[in-house]
Design a protein around this ligand. Sequence first.
Ligand code: GLU
Length: 301
Amino acid sequence: MSPHLADTHLADTQRPAFRFAPSPNGPLHLGHALSALIGFERAQAVGGRFLVRIEDIDAGRTRDDHVDAILRDLAWLGMAWEEPVLRQSTRFHAYDAAARRLLDDDLLYPCFANRSQINAVIANCPNPRDPDGAPMFPAVLRRLSRADAADRVARGEPHALRLDMPRAVATVRETLNGAPLTFTEISNEGASQSQTARPERWGDVVIVRKETPASYHLAVVVDDAFQGITHVTRGQDLFAATDIHRLLQVLLGLPEPVYHHHRLIVGPDGQKLSKSAGAGGLADLQAAGLTPAGIRARIAL
Ligand code: GLU
């Protein structure tokens, strides 16, 4: 390689890295197209890397034909990504190691309560809501005595692991020497703005699910770090979840990416498109004669 090329071709570890991280539980729709295209184009604009990660920790909802269709749709839209595509279902050992570290630091506790027990407590005593509008985990169900919890775990009773949020927030405050927990949000126009993260408004979130040895929050921070992601591009609906992600990054000693939470595409009912609501998939639009340029026009890109 000529010295000139060597100068301009940065090693992978020095190049900005962007990712698109769909969950393969349905076909991609226009909202996904927007998310993927924004990440891809921003990566291209700065000579960065573009990675695709399949968020398939939920075995019951994952279908391989959806994974194939997702990659087909992305290629059809004109995107290229680095191989191999990372599948989170191959990464449980890494989530387990991260959860163990949090457990060793006494930041997680076993939770045996099931949905109906939690709902019964909430019905009797209205609870504050988290930023997604769900009731926070009720205080009366928080940490059992250590001996009791250890005994039930030893007996093999199914349980989730929840973050002890007050303890986690105090630990992070100490780690940051009292400085606020923040993240950098990049606007549409490319301007950086510091945002204060307020993870306490989520309460004791689940970090390891009862039926799956991970959770979205844990897997996303572990893998963004593993893949060297420097720029997280995703929908505005995940803006508040960034509070939890920043908290976990500090607790686990992981690097801090910058974030761009983009506008959402809404359907005729004004609600954000979702697979579960049966939003028309990209493949349907393609079959109906839309071109990639037509898709871009639809999402005003
Ligand atoms: N897998 C998530 C989804 O499909 C996105 C996660 C993220 O970008 O952080 O909604």
